[in-house]
Design a protein around this ligand. Structure first.
Ligand SMILES: Nc1nc2c(ncn2[C@@H]2O[C@H](COP(=O)(O)OP(=O)(O)O)[C@@H](O)[C@H]2O)c(=O)[nH]1
Ligand SMILES: [Mg+2]
Length: 270
């Protein structure tokens, strides 16, 4: 945690590195109590961290006022755009829609529920120079015990059966080089998207750094990540990933070809 304290001090001095262009993608479903603050916090950070910034909220068929609130903010936040799915398509589909709408060298995604501290994006940017991906690891995940247990089992399953080394697959706090993401063939619509993204990146030989990030309890709204329908869908997507992986249909691994390994850095390095 000392790293955070040091970085907080740096915050006041301005970022050590500024990107040319950065898109923040916020997938949101029924987040009317969080979305305005999430957008404003994200805006504040991305404006500091990039010469040109965009914020893309992907409303995934919300039945509440999420989309209307984003539209109302568009006048106030010039770099804000709303992408709408008429019907809910899932977390992965929402993140991919956001990536597709972005027009920046770097892509950042985080959740609209404010469980992450977007002020820590600066730490990801600081590591981006010689990496393609900087991925957060929830050092102390502030979710109920059964969710933490399920996540541990999921991460273990993906690591053991698919050889993925990324530690916190569903940590929604990742910074990625857009050209690398655009070279991947991603198709998972549900919450197994995090596993597919990690698998595809590692096969591609992407240079990956990992670092601990803070996590806070949800203060408004209901978590849906542990709903049975979400889990069943993730398991179905997992079987598809397994078939695809075993069939060798993912891009060949530069890391494998060169004998390299995805790297980990930070306190949590393996
Ligand atoms: N696109 C999409 N996003 C969702 C869906 N369910 C939740 N989200 C968003 O995904 C993020 C994480 O959701 P949450 O329910 O907190 O999941 P958890 O943190 O993994 O338990 C939030 O920004 C939600 O608005 C969904 O069905 N589709
Ligand atoms: Mg959440």
């Amino acid at each position: 945690m000392t790293a955070f304290t040091a970085n907080r001090a740096d915050h006041a001095r301005g970022p050590s590195r500024r990107l040319t262009s950065l898109a923040a993608v916020l997938p949101a479903r029924n987040e009317e109590g969080n979305i305005e603050a999430a957008v404003l916090e994200t805006w504040h950070e991305v404006e500091r961290l990039a010469e040109r910034a965009e914020i893309i909220v992907v409303d995934d068929g919300s039945s509440d006022r999420t989309a209307a609130l984003v539209e109302a903010l568009e006048g106030q936040v010039p770099s804000l755009r709303l992408v709408r799915h008429a019907h809910a398509r899932g977390y992965g589909a929402a993140v991919r829609s956001g990536f597709a709408a972005a027009n920046s060298e770097w892509l950042f995604f985080t959740d609209a529920d404010r469980q992450f501290d977007v002020g820590e994006l600066e730490q990801l940017v600081a590591l981006s120079d010689d990496n393609d991906v900087v991925a957060g690891i929830r050092a102390r995940r502030r979710d109920p015990a059964h969710r933490r247990l399920m996540a541990r089992m999921w991460n273990r399953l993906i690591a053991l059966t698919l050889g993925v080394r990324l530690r916190d697959l569903n940590c929604a706090f990742k910074l990625l080089r857009a050209e690398v993401v655009r070279s991947l063939d991603l198709s998972t619509d549900g919450s197994a998207f995090g596993a597919e993204l990690a698998l595809a990146l590692e096969h591609r030989g992407a240079r990956i750094a990992q670092l601990p990030v803070s996590h806070r309890p949800r203060t408004w709204g209901r978590q849906t990540g542990g709903d049975p329908a979400v889990i069943l869908r993730a398991l179905a997507d997992y079987w598809r990933l397994l078939a695809r992986f075993r069939g060798g249909r993912l891009a060949p691994s530069r890391a494998a070809l060169e004998g390299g390994q995805p790297r980990a850095s930070g306190d949590e390095a393996r």
